[in-house]
Structures are given as structure tokens and as C-alpha cells.
Design a protein around this ligand. Structure first.
Ligand SMILES: [Mn+2]
Length: 343
């Protein structure tokens, strides 16, 4: 089987996208709530690139949260930490790593009308579920990270990639590929990583902050979550309840890596992590089998993501969770049955 050559420029004019942003008086740069490294690093890379040319830059994650292990990123101190303090409508919007505007969460709910099409919007993302809501869309699901697309865009347009910008761009690649382990790790991603290192990206700083540094509460939370795993082949799952957060003093973000850690457990294909929230469960899923596209199931529940890593939300309670697990089990069995016996 041959895969078509990824072409990030399909329908995307990098120069006019850059002009749109660079000529604005004010630009809102935002990314999804519950931000990961790629989300925050994408914002900061664009923020740093536009800082010289745009008078007013309003940059924030949709919920204003920035995980503590990402505050090392250049210009992180310029991020706005409370969406409620953002009031003035911008001239132009750039949404990064955001499959659709509602993923902004609080920022979207505060200013839904900003995203109705009357403000020019640049949409840069690599989620397969992206709804292409922008006036300009740079969406390529073959990209390992949103920063990969931003790097290619900057190279096309001739934006100078400083050591600070290179550090942000490489952080997104490291974060979303879990140190170049995911199947999205392409030759292009590795070539870009090499180029970013040559441009001065600070490798050790990235690796220390993304993969080593953690508060003690994280260790306590992981211990609690790992002590209550459910092994129900081909599924393995655990949960983070509000009680567990209270007992360990951890924040929900500190549980983010657990689902990846469970992934790959012998005898299982899909790992899940259920976060208990006041309005129900937030579920994070990982698949280790190319036949099992977890984004597909999550879309049926109003969520989305990538084939091997996706998420959605469920109503509260044990019955809703059980029904979801049963649905998932049926889907996985069906998909695995399509594998030819010779393989
Ligand atoms: Mn991403």
C-alpha cells in the first residue's frame, strides 16, 4: 500500500495567511482548553513571530490554564490566565491545535459571536476531526503536531525562526509524539526536529520539563490511579475521581500521561482514563492497533481526536460509563475481526 505524499499547502496560501495576521491591529491567538504541550507551544511560537509586527496580541488557552511544566516556554509569562479578562473583540483570530472553536471551552462560551465568521480566522491544526471552520485553514492530519505545520508555514513565508521560536516548535513535536514514539512520527517530523535543533532549539530544557519534571502530587495521583486499574481485555482502564484529586492534592492535568502508560499493556488494545467532573466523565482513549480507530467511536459521543488517541465526554454515573465500555468493546471486536487470519 502506498500512502499519498502529505501536502500541507493544499488550499492554503501561507503568504496571505501571514499577511492577514501581520496586518491586523490586534490578534487573538488561542488554543483548546485542557492544553497540552503542542497547544501552548503553538500559541507561543506564533505569538513570538507576530510580536514584532502586531501592536496588540491576546494569547491564551481557552480556559486560561497553562500546565506548570510548560511555563519554561519562552514568553509563557505573556499568556493571559483568565479568559474573563479578555473583553475587546480582536481584528483577527488564530486558533491553533483546536479541532473546532467550541473546544476553547470558557473563551468560546464568553465570546461565541467572535467565532460566527465576521472576524477573519486562521485555523491551524492536525486533528483529523477538524471542521475547517477558518477563513484560512492549514489542516493536515498527517502532521505529527500543530507546531510541525507552523514550522513549515514559517519556512514557506520566510519568518525568522529564532532559538526561542525553535524551542516552542520542537516542544510541540516532542509533546505530541511522546518523544518521537507515535505512528505520526514521519520523516518530515524528524527532519524538522533536526532543523529546529540547528536553529537553536533548547533540547535538554524541553526534555527535562516535558518528561522528567513533576510535582510530588503527580506521583501520589499516579499511584492511586494505577492501584485501581480494571483489566478487561481488550480494554484496560482506570479513573481519576474528585476524591482522588482531593486526597493527593493533584490537579486533573497531572493525570494526563496515565492513559499512555496503560497503553501497550499485554493482552489489551485500548486503554482508557475516566476523569470524574461535576458534569460527567471526560474520557481519554489510546489504541495500539491500526485497525482500531478510537476517534471514530469518540465522534459518536460528540468527541474526537486522532485514530490512536481520542477523547469524549459522558453523562455522570456508573451506568453511562458501563454503556460506553460495552459499546467500545463491541466496536473493537468488530474491527479486529476484519483482520485477515493470515496476518
Ligand atoms: Mn496537537
Amino acid at each position: 500500500m502506498t500512502t499519498p505524499e502529505p501536502n500541507h499547502t493544499t488550499g492554503f496560501d501561507g503568504h496571505s495567511a501571514w499577511q492577514l495576521l501581520a496586518s491586523a491591529r490586534s490578534v487573538l491567538i488561542a488554543t483548546h482548553a485542557n492544553p497540552d504541550a503542542d497547544a501552548v507551544a503553538s500559541m507561543l511560537a506564533l505569538h513570538l513571530a507576530l510580536a514584532e509586527v502586531v501592536p496588540v496580541l491576546i494569547s491564551l488557552t481557552g480556559d486560561g490554564l497553562v500546565p506548570s511544566n510548560l511555563t519554561f516556554l519562552p514568553a509563557a509569562e505573556r499568556l493571559i490566565r483568565d479568559p474573563a479578562t479578555v473583553r475587546e473583540a480582536p481584528d483577527c483570530i488564530a486558533l491553533l491545535d483546536c479541532a473546532d472553536p467550541s473546544r476553547l471551552g470558557p473563551l468560546y462560551h464568553l465570546h461565541t459571536h467572535w467565532f460566527d465568521g465576521h472576524i477573519p480566522l486562521v485555523n491551524i491544526d492536525h486533528h483529523i476531526t477538524n471542521t475547517r471552520f477558518g477563513h484560512v485553514d492549514l489542516v493536515d492530519a498527517t502532521a505529527a503536531s500543530t507546531t510541525e505545520l507552523i514550522a513549515l508555514w514559517f519556512l514557506t513565508v520566510g519568518v525568522t525562526i529564532t532559538p526561542d521560536i525553535a524551542t516552542c516548535l520542537l516542544t510541540g513535536l516532542y509533546g505530541d509524539t511522546l518523544s518521537f514514539q507515535t505512528t505520526s512520527t514521519s520523516a518530515r517530523a524528524l527532519e524538522l526536529a533536526s532543523l529546529l535543533l540547528r536553529l537553536g532549539a533548547r533540547h535538554e530544557e524541553i526534555v527535562n520539563n516535558l518528561f522528567r519534571r513533576k510535582p510530588v502530587s503527580t506521583i501520589r495521583l499516579w499511584g492511586a490511579a494505577l492501584s485501581r486499574i480494571h483489566v478487561e481485555p481488550p480494554l484496560i482502564w482506570t479513573e481519576i475521581t474528585r476524591d482522588m484529586l482531593r486526597d493527593t492534592g493533584a490537579t486533573p492535568l497531572e493525570g494526563e500521561g496515565i492513559v499512555n502508560f496503560l497503553s501497550g499493556t499485554e493482552g489489551t488494545v485500548v486503554s482508557l482514563l475516566f476523569y470524574e467532573q461535576p458534569e460527567g466523565w471526560r474520557v481519554s482513549l489510546r489504541s495500539t492497533d491500526s485497525l482500531v480507530d478510537v476517534a471514530q467511536l469518540c465522534q459518536r459521543y460528540g468527541g474526537g481526536g486522532h485514530p490512536r488517541a481520542a477523547g469524549c465526554r459522558l453523562p455522570p454515573g456508573e451506568a453511562a460509563r458501563r454503556a460506553f465500555l460495552n459499546d467500545l468493546r463491541a466496536m473493537v471486536a468488530e474491527l479486529l475481526a476484519t483482520r485477515s487470519p493470515s496476518r
